[in-house]
Ligand binder design. Structure first.
Ligand code: MN
Length: 430
């Protein structure tokens, strides 16, 4: 195997907070994978669940693609679930899991991110903080449906109810994301003990201003405690210190971060490149990392407006408009949702309800009849359940099929009497 071109540095901190007696969070700080896990469950359950999940993942070779990363989390789910069924004191324990690792996609190094639960992964790129993961929580779903603001979600009385966790069920649905490692980008993994206490604008300020990842993690813990520290707080920060030249290559495309003032006054050669057709790498980053831009408190960078030649300026503006349109289009096109269509569970490409001009298109009919879908699922499916990838949508359907199977009463009671008399002459029992 060739040497890695992407180099990372990292730091982290975990703290019990001001009110809790035990720290049920766990973290894993590299060198191959970085994880924050927020355990839940009485007695020692939470601690055991988060530690066991991380142990399971770190014990095995994580593998080189994002699918292997997902499998590792599924294995952790199995381990935690199995343990909780064996030990009554640990019954019902579970844990969130958000992880990041270098993976390979078509021979290129990428960052793979996996998530279950309401811990979060953020990307700080060109000073902009963007949440990459979706919260698998009740309030997270309300926010995604537009029924609750991000700000109100932080103080919502039901904010602690997670809708997915590792170890609480035989099966787990894992979200996965792939982002391009760009030199200078910073990734934050954190438990809700940070995000419930510290506003995202303040988190961004700390990440922008404190260079050392350990120091930045400590400062975030300090701020969470200062605001009340009502929960355990865990922070992992991963910096991309070398991307093997990927930034330089991507700089030639419209997908590179919004240029700062210096870029505007650069040579003609540089400004022209904003109109270049984005390459695949750029495409990939937009669909995964450019999700919901947060309200950001960053002051606009001073622009030397009068040094810009007007032609160059127009070229750049047009380029940025094009990139913005491309971004929204990609976001819509590369999402999937599962919905009831003609009383059948169906996978569509695109966001439920569509995004601007991009209407969802039929991807896959599953043959599952709406009538067979359990009530809780059916309610969600009527509005459409958004998924980050086709694989995620298919896993959602597989999970649904299993639920249906579990709920379907065995049909042997009516057929057994006839089959027992006629069976010997026909087939072997399976
Ligand atoms: Mn927590």
């Amino acid at each position: 195997m060739t040497a890695r071109a992407v180099r990372l540095r990292w730091g982290g901190a975990t703290d019990v907070g001001q009110l809790r007696s035990a720290n049920q969070d766990s973290m894993l700080l590299g060198p191959d994978i970085f994880v924050v896990a927020d355990g839940m469950g009485g007695h020692q359950g939470g601690e055991v669940a988060s530690a066991l999940a991380i142990e399971t993942v770190s014990d095995r070779a994580v593998g080189s693609d994002v699918g292997a990363l997902v499998t590792a989390v599924e294995d952790a789910n199995e381990t935690v679930f199995e343990r909780s069924t064996r030990d009554p004191a640990l019954s019902g324990m579970g844990t969130t899991f958000v992880g990041i690792a270098i993976v390979e996609v078509d021979g290129e190094e990428r960052l793979g991110i996996v998530n279950v639960g309401d811990s979060r992964a953020y990307q700080l790129s060109s000073g902009q903080l963007v949440q990459i993961t979706d919260d698998h929580s009740l309030v997270g779903e309300l926010v995604r449906d537009g029924r609750l603001s991000r700000e109100d979600a932080r103080t919502h009385p039901q904010k602690n109810i997670v809708t997915r966790a590792v170890g609480i069920d035989e099966q787990v649905q894992v979200d996965d994301f792939v982002v391009i490692p760009h030199r200078g980008d910073r990734y934050l993994l954190c438990s809700d003990g940070l995000t419930d206490e510290v506003e995202e604008g303040d988190i961004a300020v700390v990440l922008r201003t404190i260079d050392d990842p350990d120091d930045a993690a400590q400062e975030l813990v300090r701020r969470a405690n200062e605001h009340g520290g009502r929960d355990n707080i865990t922070i992992v920060i991963v910096d991309v210190v070398d991307d093997g030249g990927m930034s330089d290559r991507a700089a030639a495309s419209a997908a590179s971060p919004v240029p700062d003032a210096e870029d505007f006054s650069d040579s003609d050669d540089d400004t022209e490149t904003f109109l270049a057709v984005p390459d695949d790498r750029a495409h990939e980053q937009r669909t995964t990392a450019r999700r919901e831009p947060l309200q950001d408190d960053s002051e606009p960078k001073p622009q030397r407006a009068f040094t810009i030649r007007s032609v160059a300026f127009v070229v750049v503006v047009l380029g940025l408009l094009g990139a913005g349109a491309y971004l929204v289009n990609d976001y819509a096109r590369n999402s999937y949702h599962v919905i009831l269509d003609d009383d059948e569970v169906t996978i569509f490409r695109g966001r439920a309800g569509g995004v601007l001009w991009f209407d969802p298109s039929l991807e896959e009919r599953t043959g599952i009849d709406a009538e067979d879908v359990p009530g809780t699922f059916r309610d969600r499916l009527e509005g459409g359940v958004n998924q980050s990838s086709l694989a995620a949508a298919q896993r959602f359907v597989a999970n649904l099929e299993e639920r249906i199977e579990e709920l379907t009463p065995p049909v042997t009671t009516t057929t057994s009497t006839t089959s027992s008399t006629t069976a010997p002459t026909t087939t072997q029992p399976g």
